[in-house]
Design a protein around this ligand. Structure first.
Ligand code: PEP
Ligand code: MN
Length: 357
């Protein structure tokens, strides 16, 4: 009896090994098909073909496995095969860490983003006037901060709200940045703005609302200056990474990502800061990853712990909105810090030991 069991077990081991060999032989065929589909740009998942294969297998099934069990087993094999093809697809992305293992480090007038040091990006939500911008720039300079943000083209929820100063705002950014030796970041909302951006600012920001504005992404991919891409309001990380790929594939490798919170049911914050996005994006891509604590929280009182969390999770920098007089701000008045509040936040971040300058 025992010898028989042993014999059967030996036989099972042989069958297992044969199955293993066949499964991997099948996987190689699947990979080859995946490559062809990738080149042709056709979807990897073909439900009609899958159904046909399952029906055929059930028809050929001699038992003792029931048809339903056979279908279940093969469906799992199909799922694993699709995953294999998709992993391969991800490996092929230009922004993928698998494609380029080393970090992308962006050098903007000598300020590095994505290297061993972190960066602080601060400035008003919108550029409102020369004086407003100059006041913030002076405070940043004083604090040793090198990168200033400020929106000139503002994508607002209501068409009746302040839409930004447009080109005039970009010109102010340039003038003030030149005076204080700062690097500037500002959002553009139309492909026609690329040339203006190249002329007046150092980094193009693509805002959350435009993360999947593919024509804008393509145009930014042809820009000669770096791009900071914000995560869409309800974008998955998969969508975020593919939006970045749109820019990279057009030739612009000076690309950075910024988590700015996603919309959830939570009302105590404006958006929900997805901290897990930081290590995941660092793991899956080689791009610098930043965190915008102002738009993600929509608050002023929890910025220090959120900034610390971002840095502890591996963020390459933090963005925060600062305004000389937030109460009178023409956009995002509720979340902008005044200058003393900003200095306090900055002190806290530096004292945390999480920020390497
Ligand atoms: C901004 O940074 O000015 C802005 C509008 O943010 P978001 O696109 O993340 O909403
Ligand atoms: Mn804002």
């Amino acid at each position: 009896m025992n010898t028989n069991l042993e014999e059967l077990r030996t036989k099972l081991d042989t069958v297992n090994k044969e199955l293993l060999r066949l499964l991997n032989e099948r996987a190689e065929v699947v990979q080859a098909i995946g490559e062809i589909k990738e080149k042709q740009g056709v979807p990897k998942f073909d439900p009609v073909r899958e159904r046909k294969m399952l029906d055929e297998l059930a028809e050929l099934n001699p038992g003792p496995f029931r048809d339903a069990s056979i279908k279940h087993i093969f469906k799992e094999i199909f799922k694993a095969s699709l995953n294999l093809q998709e992993e391969e697809h991800k490996r092929q992305l230009l922004v993928s860490r698998k494609k380029q293992p080393e970090n992308t480090v962006i050098d903007i007038k000598g300020t590095l983003i994505g290297g061993s040091a972190q960066v602080m990006i601060a400035g008003p939500c919108s550029v409102e006037s020369y004086e407003q911008l100059r006041t913030v720039a002076a405070a940043l300079k004083e604090a040793g901060i090198k990168i200033m943000r400020g929106g000139a083209f503002k994508p607002r929820t209501s068409p009746y709200d302040f839409q930004g100063l447009g080109v005039e705002g970009l010109k102010m950014l340039k003038e003030v940045a030149d005076e204080f030796g700062l690097v500037t970041i500002s959002e553009i909302v139309h492909p026609a703005h690329i040339e203006l951006a190249e002329q007046y600012i150092d980094v193009i920001q693509i805002g959350a609302r435009n993360m999947q504005n593919f024509e804008l992404l393509k145009a930014a991919g042809e820009a000669k200056i770096p791009v900071l891409l914000k995560r869409g309001i309800a974008a998955t990380l998969e969508e975020f990474v593919h939006a970045a790929e749109y820019i990279a594939v057009k030739g612009n490798s000076q690309l950075m990502l910024i988590e700015r919170g996603i919309r959830t049911y939570e009302k105590w914050t404006r958006n929900t800061l997805d901290i897990s996005a930081v290590p995941l994006l660092k793991q899956e891509t080689h791009l610098p990853v930043l965190v915008d604590v102002s738009h993600s929280t929509g608050r002023k009182d929890i910025l220090l712990p959120c900034a610390k969390a971002a840095l502890a999770a591996g963020a390459d920098g933090v963005m925060v909105e600062v305004h000389p007089d937030p109460q009178t701000a023409l956009s995002d008045a509720a979340q902008q810090l005044d200058i003393p509040q900003f200095q306090q936040l900055w002190d806290g971040i530096r004292k945390s030991g999480l920020f390497t300058e």
